[in-house]
Design a protein around this ligand. Structure first.
Ligand code: L34
Length: 292
């Protein structure tokens, strides 16, 4: 069993990005600039956005963090998006999700200029991704593709079973892994809450991608010997023995599943750090004008 070290891989990629930024700086070029908008006090979002800003600094990007109160109106947020759309120094920006309930996430996503949509959430980028055109891939699927690529995990002809059909993970990764490409050529099954005999589906998988947000959902009896397991879940479970009062648990029962796997990602230190690195890669691409 090989543990896929997302933290280390992310560090390696950040090193590569930092080298590139150094060269850009030396040549007097445009320094990549990412902006992040955080609305409200969601504790997990605060951690993720903080990590994004920290990693921008580490690779030499400029970053702007726009923090707004939870009662910010949809109009105010749309006004911020419109300002970021036209700010020439900002290469890309994200609006961290989830947003407070009174704000329509779809409306906000649609207002983002696809050229600056380094999250790859705008339907224009999603459509371009589906057709194999230059675009920004959403960060979490992009991170998973990087892991498979850099660990040289064979995907061609493999049965891949995905748990969860969200717009930001399950559905896009199903598209990416079915592509005709080096990382791709999988036979993909996308499972969800209405899937019958989900255990049977998962048992047939060579590659399992768990993105349903239920702690320890994938158990050892569902996993066949030698499977590759990618755990996207980041669930906070109460734990009085920890200083923070909780611990992070994936969608996979790691302890019992890991011994059966050829490769498996841990939580934390797996897909999460790769999500952030992918966002940095998209921002660099935008800065270099490689996409649009
Ligand atoms: N707009 N909203 C927008 N873009 C995104 O790409 C995200 N996502 C998801 C939630 N909402 C978003 C993230 O940033 C999930 N996500 C994310 C980013 C980073 C990490 C996890 C999720 C991460 O750094 N995880 C660490 C542990 C962090 C902790 O201590 O809580 C890990 O090792 O998994």
């Amino acid at each position: 069993m090989t543990k896929i070290d997302g933290k280390q891989l992310a560090a390696d990629i950040k090193e590569e990005i930092a080298e590139e930024v150094k060269a850009i700086r030396a040549a007097g070029g445009k320094i990549p600039h990412l902006a992040a908008v955080l609305v409200g006090e969601d504790p997990a979002s605060q951690v993720y956005v903080r990590n994004k800003v920290r990693d921008c600094e580490r690779v030499g990007f400029n970053s702007t963090l726009i923090k707004k109160e939870a009662d910010t109106s949809e109009e105010e947020l749309l006004a911020i998006v419109n300002l970021l759309n036209v700010d020439d120094d900002i290469d890309g920006f994200i609006v961290q999700l989830p947003l407070p309930k009174h704000i329509n996430e779809e409306k906000i996503t649609l207002a983002i200029d696809p050229k600056k949509d380094v999250d790859g959430f705008h339907p224009v980028n999603f459509g371009r991704m589906a057709q194999g055109l230059p675009c920004y891939w959403p960060a979490t699927p992009f991170g998973i593709m990087q892991m498979l690529d850099r660990y040289n995990i064979e995907t061609s002809g493999k049965r891949c079973v995905i748990l969860g059909r969200s717009n930001i993970v399950g559905t896009p990764i199903s598209i990416l892994l079915s592509r005709k490409a080096k990382v791709g050529n999988c036979t993909v099954t996308l499972t969800h809450s209405r899937t019958q005999n989900i255990e049977e589906e998962v048992k047939r998988a060579d590659i399992i991608i768990a993105a349903i947000g239920i702690p320890n959902y994938v158990t050892a009896n569902m996993v066949s010997e030698g499977a590759v397991v990618i755990d996207v879940g980041i669930n906070r479970v109460e734990d009085a023995t920890r200083k923070r009062g909780y611990r992070l648990v994936g969608d996979v029962d790691y302890e019992n599943v890991a011994p059966k796997c050829s490769y498996i990602t841990p939580v934390p230190g797996g897909v999460g750090p790769m999500t952030i690195t992918s966002l940095l890669m998209n921002t660099l691409k935008s800065c270099k004008g490689e996409v649009y």
